[in-house]
Design a protein around this ligand. Structure first.
Ligand SMILES: *Cc1c(COP(=O)(O)O)cnc(C)c1O
Length: 403
């Protein structure tokens, strides 16, 4: 949780300046707010870091991806290609807009692959919801030509990849719209919050109106302006935006330290245990480096490694294959379409049987994957010790199998 590692006076001061005015609402109240506009400042800071033309701070990363789908025109009956490895919010958002999730294969980038996307395309495919996992990036160089060839809309869930880029372009800005999360576990936190980004004015306006009941926010009588569309309330409060603003300012420095720490660990492990591989990072300079993603030679060895790490009392890692909520093997409720109410998906012609999905490549990659959260506050001694601990466990696990 790098954002929360660096929590202090700056966050407090930003929040206090809102508390002093008492205006916790992001719109209007010009006379009382003493020119304090934290949601706007937060958006501007995100624009500064990412280069996005438009940014809209909202209530969560989940609502930001939902808004990105809606604003991109994704809706009832559209097939949307999604990965089987993501935080569940991506899949929920596709279902909530009435679209149909179609699962495709990921590769060693931990994201959808061009090949996987191409295989999942049908005549009803409208969009691809790409998720940049574990702080890294998908292979945009091979994916973008496939999207162009099939005329597909690209929406990016960069929930856990704020600050990451690929050859100069930031996550969320390769397609029509993108989203970041600022929940408690991300590189920067607002407590709860998210940011929608796009370079397209119309798409931005649709998101802006949609996230506040269709209000255009033009003029100074919010509520009595024009309402071009129906929307809902996905607004962020000024208090959350204040925290998000202070945290976002820290991201360039956090990213730099993360990269340094990750490189140290990876280089050291690789030099002593060359059998260990790591997830593919195509542009190391763009890596937000929130995780070091080790790929063990097999799922069996990864499971042994988890056991070994636990025995040795080494924490701070995730084994997504069985222990976390981020992989399709744990999504029985989604596969069975369990909702408390009737949803669009219950009336759709779904092109794949969710209960008999064959995604061997994704099973293999996530089976082998162990992700260590990178901390930006590690001391050199702590880093060195962690590298030694991981190397010792790895050697033990590998030697057992060769006997
Ligand atoms: C965290 C996350 C979300 C959800 O964000 P919240 O702010 O918790 O709603 C969505 N997608 C991905 C990929 C995430 O990691």
């Amino acid at each position: 949780m790098p954002g929360t590692e660096k929590f202090g006076k700056d966050e407090l001061n930003e929040v206090m300046s809102v508390m002093e005015t008492g205006i916790l609402f992001r719109y209007n109240h010009e006379a009382q707010r003493n020119n304090i506009w934290k949601a706007k400042d937060f958006e501007n800071e995100v624009k500064k870091i990412t280069g996005a033309k438009y940014a809209l701070a909202v209530s969560s990363g989940s609502t930001a991806i939902l808004a990105a789908l809606v604003a991109s025109g994704i809706g009832y009956g559209d097939e949307v290609i999604v990965p089987p490895f993501t935080y569940i919010a991506t899949i929920e958002a596709v279902l909530l807009v009435g679209a149909i999730p179609v699962f495709a294969e990921i590769d060693e980038t931990l994201c959808l692959s061009a090949e996987g996307i191409e295989k999942a395309i049908t005549h009803r495919t409208k969009a691809v919801c790409l998720v940049h996992m574990c702080g890294g990036m998908a292979n945009m160089g091979t994916i973008l030509p496939v999207l162009q060839k099939h005329n597909l809309v690209l929406v990016e869930d960069a929930g856990q990849a704020f600050g990451a880029s690929y050859k100069g372009t930031h996550t969320g800005l390769f397609g029509k719209a993108g989203s970041y999360s600022f929940d408690f576990f991300k590189i920067a936190t607002a407590g709860e919050g998210g940011v929608f980004v796009t370079n397209d004015e119309h798409t931005y306006k649709m998101a802006e109106y949609f996230c506040d009941h269709g209000h255009t926010h033009e003029g100074n009588n919010r509520g009595m302006e024009a309402h071009p569309i129906v929307g809902f309330n996905f607004r962020i409060s000024e208090l959350h935006a204040a925290v998000g603003l202070a945290q976002t300012r820290r991201v360039p420095e956090i990213k730099q330290t993360n990269q340094k720490n990750k490189t140290f660990l990876q280089t050291k492990i690789q030099s002593e245990v060359p059998e260990i591989q790591f997830s593919t990072v195509l542009d190391p300079q763009g890596d937000s480096a929130t995780f070091m993603n080790m790929l063990m030679p097999s799922t069996e060895l990864a499971k042994n490694m988890v056991q070994e790490l636990n025995n040795a009392g080494i924490g701070g890692f995730n084994y997504w294959f069985t222990n976390m909520y981020h992989f399709i093997n744990q999504w029985e409720h989604v596969k069975q379409l369990k909702f408390p109410n009737k949803m669009a998906i219950h009336y759709q012609n779904i092109p794949q049987d969710y209960n008999a999905l064959q995604l061997p490549k994704s099973q293999e990659v996530i089976g082998r994957l162990i992700s260590f959260g990178i901390r930006c506050t590690w001391t050199e001694e702590e880093l060195d010790q962690l590298a030694k601990n991981i190397i010792a466990c790895t050697k033990k696990v590998l030697s057992k199998t060769t006997v």
